[in-house]
Write a protein of this length. Structure first.
Lengths: 213, 176, 391
């Protein structure tokens, strides 16, 4: 565990000393809960329509797929016309594009970023390496199946997928959301124990709370 | 490069000279003379650029080979200095005071090969891996396929073939 | 009166040279820039210790993109290594292919044909333009000029089209095989290339007017991130970063490879060695690449062999040996150190990316005493691609 995460005595500006336990004090550890649908089917449909038309992507390039995000943001491919935009912070975004292979070190950061995102949230796995390991099937440092660790709504195959494939993937994701089938966050809440067990099996130095948001 | 070798040979107990190209040679030296040889190369012979520092695992003979590759830009020459270390007690003197950037290489070698460089800054900190609890991964006796199969789940349906056998079957048909 | 920061709160040095930073004192704050941060070059992070808004210590953390290439290549045959080497560095993958192919050729005693060498040079220069275009967008974006990124990404897309025409892929081309290249130039390629180059030149003119002549850009980059020319050798600095400090380090001139000895160019140097000069050296280098591509297209032979005869790749064994091949990529010296042991597999491959020295030891030194807001600009100006640090 890192020294700054250990329990320690801190002296306040008024000279009063108190104990700080960063993991308990700085984060909320309550596990996620299932978000129920709206009371009326019409309202839920309206919500899903709104969600599908405002996909905000978290700007976290986890792997090589991030290089095709730049062309998507520019007028040639212009993903903005689909209601897509990139946000710098997880609090404002609802789609996490895992752009390629995840090393164990990045997986830890990805889980933290994912848990900080607001419900409802979606995950798209980009590239063959998120599906079954791809090129790195025998590597000691990359995970092979993304859906063991996070609930994935959609995969885009290829190494690396072209921007057109990404656009097609986004359109497909919108259809899934409008049909009310993109329930990733609820699945994560329901099978929380299973996901956590999987994550802890590969991340050996788990020095963060089980759930942080 | 022959003249350079003979000049150095008079000062240090060097091994055989391997001439790879006209401007790239490799020499072997023992660990005790490495530092003075590097200083001679850097300060007198003009090999001021540390190109890279890396290791090769010769598991058959139980040795690590450290390669210090130095470049001389004015004369357009490169020299690789090889040092053989025992695999059992892999410890080497640090050169971070000659080239500050060597500290990074030494940190990586410590993590990836388990070669210790005492007193190199931050050498025991994690550099690339995080929470690694197996033997250092670049050692030859670490099997990355076995580790990956034991640690990460496969997706059912993926077919993996041995490429050499598969290509042979495709090219020559069954039974070859 | 000029602004004078209050340095009375700054940490003292201990006798062993380390800084005496007591985080519980409340004077200092630890900030993480990255890996999930818009102001970072790719997937890496810098741990900043700040006092006020000035950085007193920085530490680079890498390893988020580690896939263990050097290990994976030890269990692949020589030809199987070829499709994975380009994945080591994403924005400029061709140098991996070239350096690996040249190292294998040298150890196996194969010579690639003359025409293949010309096409290889063409591809490397096209890749350099791509990489510099990404850099320009990043450098302007790190100082809040979003529009430059839009223009350069458009120009880069045009170059990617030419790549697609030539190699069939946008990002990972897998075109430079050990022994030669896959194919010659398609019909009408030279003319379309000329149109692309013209477009790129006109975009660069706009970029120059909007970015380099901009008062804000100048104020925030001139004099910041100064690299002493005496540090070049001790920190292993190469490429445009070294050339901006006035030293004409350029592998294309120093140790000409491929057909660079038949091309007419001079390494571009600057004087001031700050962020602005580095950006300017890269812009002029980009224009030189445009010129080099024109020269290559004019001088290259139109017919001839493209591949040397390779042994049966299934049983391809290379005798014991070791070599180092270097090339001048857009960030500096890119090199492959290859060791073979007589079997059908490489014994050891080591990739020497320029970011390895620039982004770790050098960045940690330069980052001290600059403002938090300038950290991103400084990092981009070293042109860091994290995948080549950790492979």
């Amino acid at each position: 565990m890192k020294p700054e995460l250990e329990k320690r005595i801190v002296k306040g500006p008024d000279g009063f000393e108190f104990e700080v336990d960063p993991i308990r004090d700085y984060f909320c550890e309550t596990p996620p809960t299932v978000m129920t649908a709206a009371y009326s089917a019409i309202i839920e449909k309206l919500f899903n329509w709104a969600r599908a038309e405002s996909i905000w992507i978290l700007g976290f390039g986890t792997g090589c797929g991030a290089i095709e995000m730049r062309p998507l943001m520019t007028p040639r491919f212009d993903a903005y016309r689909y209601g897509v935009q990139w946000r710098p912070t997880p609090r404002q975004s609802n789609l996490f594009i895992i752009s390629g292979y995840l090393s164990v070190k990045t997986l830890k950061r990805v889980i933290r970023s994912y848990e900080q995102m607001q419900n409802p949230k979606y995950v798209v796995g980009l590239g063959s390496c998120t599906i079954n390991g791809g090129m790195y099937w025998d590597s000691y440092n990359t995970i092979k199946r993304l859906d063991d660790y996070l609930p994935v709504d959609l995969y885009i195959a290829g190494c690396m997928p072209r921007p057109e494939a990404l656009l097609a993937g986004i359109v497909e994701l919108k259809k899934i959301i409008r049909a009310g089938k993109a329930e990733g966050a609820n699945i994560y809440a329901e099978k929380f124990e299973w996901y956590k067990a999987n994550q802890k099996r590969v991340i050996h130095d788990w020095d963060m709370p089980d759930y942080n948001w | 490069m022959q003249a350079l070798y003979h000049r150095l040979k008079a000062l240090f107990p060097l091994g055989e000279l391997t001439e790879q190209r006209e401007n790239l040679v490799f020499v072997t030296v023992d660990a005790a003379h490495l530092r003075s040889l590097l200083l001679q190369l850097r300060d007198i012979e003009g090999f001021t650029h540390l190109v890279l520092l890396t290791a090769v695992d010769w598991i058959e003979t139980g040795e690590f080979q450290l390669t210090y590759l130095l470049g001389n830009r004015a004369k357009r020459q490169d020299i690789g200095v090889r040092v053989m270390l025992s695999r059992e007690q892999a410890t080497m003197a640090t050169i971070h005071d000659l080239w500050p950037t060597a500290a990074t290489y030494q940190r990586e070698l410590r993590e990836m090969f388990g070669i210790d460089f005492p007193q190199s800054p931050g050498v025991n900190e994690e550099f690339i891996l995080e929470g690694w609890n197996d033997i250092p991964p670049y050692r030859r006796d670490f099997n990355t396929l076995d580790y990956a199969e034991a640690t990460y789940n496969d997706r059912p349906g993926r077919e993996s073939r041995d490429p050499a056998t598969y290509m042979r079957e495709k090219l020559y048909g069954e039974g070859h | 009166m000029a602004y004078q920061p209050d340095r009375s709160q700054y940490p003292q040095r201990r006798p062993d040279g380390t800084l005496d930073i007591d985080l519980t004192s409340g004077k200092y704050l630890k900030l993480w820039q990255g890996p999930q941060h818009p102001g970072i070059t790719g997937n890496m992070s810098v741990e900043l210790t700040v006092c006020g808004d000035e950085v007193v210590a920085g530490k680079t953390h890498v390893g988020y993109l580690h896939r263990g290439f050097e290990k994976l290549m030890e269990r692949r045959t020589f030809i199987q290594c070829f499709p994975i080497v380009c994945r080591i560095c994403v924005p400029e993958p061709d140098f991996n292919e070239y350096c690996y192919a040249a190292a294998v050729e040298e150890l196996a005693g194969i010579t690639s044909p003359e025409r293949a060498n010309w096409i290889r040079t063409l591809i490397l220069e096209m890749g350099r333009i791509n990489s510099y275009m990404m850099y320009l967008g990043g450098q302007a974006g790190s100082l809040g000029q979003g529009v430059i990124g839009q223009w350069t990404t458009y120009a880069r897309d045009l170059m990617l089209d030419r790549f697609e025409e030539l190699t069939g892929a946008r990002i990972y081309h897998m075109f430079i095989l050990p022994g030669g290249v896959r194919d010659g130039l398609p019909e009408g390629f030279k003319q379309r290339m000329e149109e692309t180059l013209k477009e790129i030149e006109s975009i660069l003119k706009d970029v120059y007017n909007v970015m380099y002549c901009n008062a804000v850009f100048k104020k925030r980059t001139v004099g910041i991130g100064y690299i002493d020319p005496q540090l070049l050798d001790s920190y292993g600095i190469t490429g445009p970063t070294a050339r901006a400090a006035g030293v004409a380090k350029d592998v294309r001139r120093d140790q000409p490879y491929l057909v660079y000895d038949q091309l007419d160019f001079e390494p571009i140097t600057g004087k001031d060695s700050d962020i602005y000069t580095r950006a300017d050296v890269r812009r002029r280098d980009l224009l030189m690449s445009v010129d080099l591509i024109r020269q290559i297209l004019a001088k290259m032979p139109d017919s001839g062999e493209l591949m040397a005869k390779l042994p049966n790749v299934l049983h391809w064994q290379i005798p014991r040996g070791e070599t180092y091949i270097r090339g001048e990529c857009s960030r500096g010296e890119y090199g492959y150190y290859l060791v073979t042991d007589g079997s059908g597999y490489p014994r050891r491959v080591n990739v020497r990316g320029p970011s390895y020295t620039h982004a770790v030891a050098l960045l940690e030194r330069l980052i001290v005493n600059i403002n938090i807001a300038d950290v991103a600009a400084l990092m981009v100006s070293l042109h860091t691609y994290p995948p080549e640090i950790e492979r």
